[in-house]
Design a protein around this ligand. Structure first.
Ligand code: AMP
Ligand code: ZN
Length: 481
């Protein structure tokens, strides 16, 4: 597989420390509010990546943190604590907020067919590890205590800006923007590893440490959680592109200084989902969630389909119109799959192998999901029997995660029930159960064919289900007693 590596700015062959095994880490959500669909774009693309790696034969160990402490609103080391802000807003404790929004996040993931990582670790459960690693960094001379806090000393590094498509001057402005300069820092880019003195006197979660009662900085959690569950060598680290700086840059600084060797080979960053008027943000009040899409009548999988149609390294603009287009295309695709009803042929193994090979090539080219989606149409157009088509579609869908065969079957049943309802000018109205509609219609057909025994048998079956029939000028109306 070839993947773009944002640390080297090149598409490279994907190589792992241990052949055949991928140690994969994903920055998880900050659980002070619902995830917005922009966050979920990142998780959808990371999910497809994980599934594709497994599909290609790798064993994958995927680890994710849950940020339930210490993520600041400014993304620098100042600003308000996001968790505390959420707790105040909802008059709950920080831990109640964390639990509620963690559950909500995994609910959204389930609706979008995003697999739960093998390890999910809340940041608050790892404080002893942070203390151990921060102590190690102080001992090795990479961290210092100043004004009661512990800081990482970026001047000790040969190279700090790893993802250097950023301009150093811009970054420096970014770090300072909107926040007061922290006078305790020795260097502009130094960052907090452990807070004891800060502007949030009312910080809810605090732990004892060698430097006083306090709490960890945001970046240290990912380094420690990954070292614990992925080991000293990480193969693949994922996140949205906004995480590249300062978060991932600081993770690399901490981890490599502590370990004394290179840490993560491959960095996978997903470009943002934006609305036409700018970036999506959880801290902006009203924002787009999966529930909101559902309330508007969209199947969440349509959003997944929408995301897969674009490459993960390209910015994606969300609008109702764009989502409607995706919904229309998805429905057409399902209709084509629903029409694959000929069960007479044998599965053509050679054709399956050929299509699979092409799919691996296309998806293996920097996770080209739009080509992965196109491959579905190629299968539908191919001169192979329905059974073979269904087999290949199911195989591709184990990576794409669109529930194609299940949804196509649902569509077929609904359409069959719909047409059954008004066959031969005879209309069945009822309480919205296609199976009963079909039975009532079958009884009518049997009577028309003078097959009274069958008509009576169906009448008894309906009766046993508690269905009563009432004749109307158009046909029949049924209801449940
Ligand atoms: P957060 O919950 O803010 O820590 O973010 C969770 C994940 O979503 C991180 O990987 C972010 O980089 C990513 N993310 C944030 N905003 C967007 C966006 N508009 N589009 C795509 N990913 C995003
Ligand atoms: Zn992280």
């Amino acid at each position: 597989m070839y993947l773009y590596n944002s640390a080297t700015h090149k598409k490279e062959e994907f190589v792992t420390h241990t052949p055949g095994r991928v140690e994969m880490y994903t920055c998880g959500p900050t659980v002070y509010h619902f995830a917005h669909i922009g966050n979920l774009r990142s998780y959808i693309m990371e999910d497809v990546l994980e599934k594709f790696l497994r599909y290609s034969g790798y064993e994958v160990n995927r680890v994710m943190n849950i940020t339930d402490v210490g993520h600041l609103t400014s993304d620098a080391d100042e600003g308000e604590d996001k968790m505390l802000k959420g707790a105040k807003r909802e008059h709950k404790t920080v831990m109640e907020i964390a639990q509620y929004y963690t559950d909500a996040f995994f609910d959204d993931c389930r609706k979008l067919n995003i697999k739960r990582p093998d390890v999910v670790q809340p940041a608050t459960g790892m404080v002893d590890d942070y203390i151990r690693i921060v102590s190690g960094l102080i001992e090795k001379g990479y961290a210092y205590i100043s004004g009661g806090n512990v800081y990482f000393d970026t001047s000790k590094l040969e190279r700090y800006y790893v993802f250097n498509d950023h301009n150093e001057e811009d970054l420096a402005v970014g770090v300072r923007e909107g926040v007061e300069e922290d006078a305790n820092k020795r260097n502009r880019n130094d960052f907090v590893l452990w807070f004891t003195k800060s502007k949030f006197e009312d910080q809810a979660l605090k732990w004892d440490s060698p430097w006083g009662v306090g709490y960890p900085g945001w970046h240290i959690e990912c380094s420690c959680i990954s070292m614990k569950y992925n080991g000293e060598y990480l193969d693949l680290h994922c996140g949205g592109v906004d995480n590249a700086f300062p978060h991932h840059t600081n993770e690399i600084a901490q981890s490599e200084s502590y370990l004394g060797h290179p840490w993560c080979r491959q960095w996978f960053h997903v470009a943002h989902l934006n609305t036409s008027d700018g970036k999506m943000s959880k801290s902006k009040g009203e924002f787009l969630t999966v529930s909101l899409l559902e309330q508007k009548g969209y199947d969440p999988i349509v959003y997944r389909f929408f995301c897969l149609q674009s490459h993960y390294r390209k910015g994606l603009v969300f609008s109702g119109e764009n989502l409607d287009n995706a919904a229309g295309a998805f429905n057409k695709l399902l209709k084509k799959i629903a029409a694959l009803t000929d069960n007479s042929g044998e599965v053509d193994k050679a054709a399956v192998a050929e299509f699979k090979e092409k799919f691996i090539q296309q998806m293996g080219n920097d996770l080209n999901t739009s080509m992965g989606v196109t491959a579905l149409y190629d299968v539908l157009k191919a001169k192979i029997n329905d059974a073979t088509k269904r087999e290949i579609l199911a195989d591709f869908d184990s990576v794409l995660g669109l529930d194609l065969l299940e949804k196509a079957e649902e569509l077929r049943k609904n359409e069959a029930a719909q047409s059954a309802k008004s066959a031969g000018g005879y209309t069945v109205t009822g309480e919205g159960d296609p199976e009963i509609d079909a039975l009532v219609l079958a009884r009518y057909e049997a009577r028309k064919a003078k097959n009274f025994a069958e008509a009576d048998r169906i009448r008894d079956e309906l009766k046993a289900k508690g269905i009563v029939l009432e004749d109307t000028p158009q046909g029949v109306k049924w209801s449940k007693i």
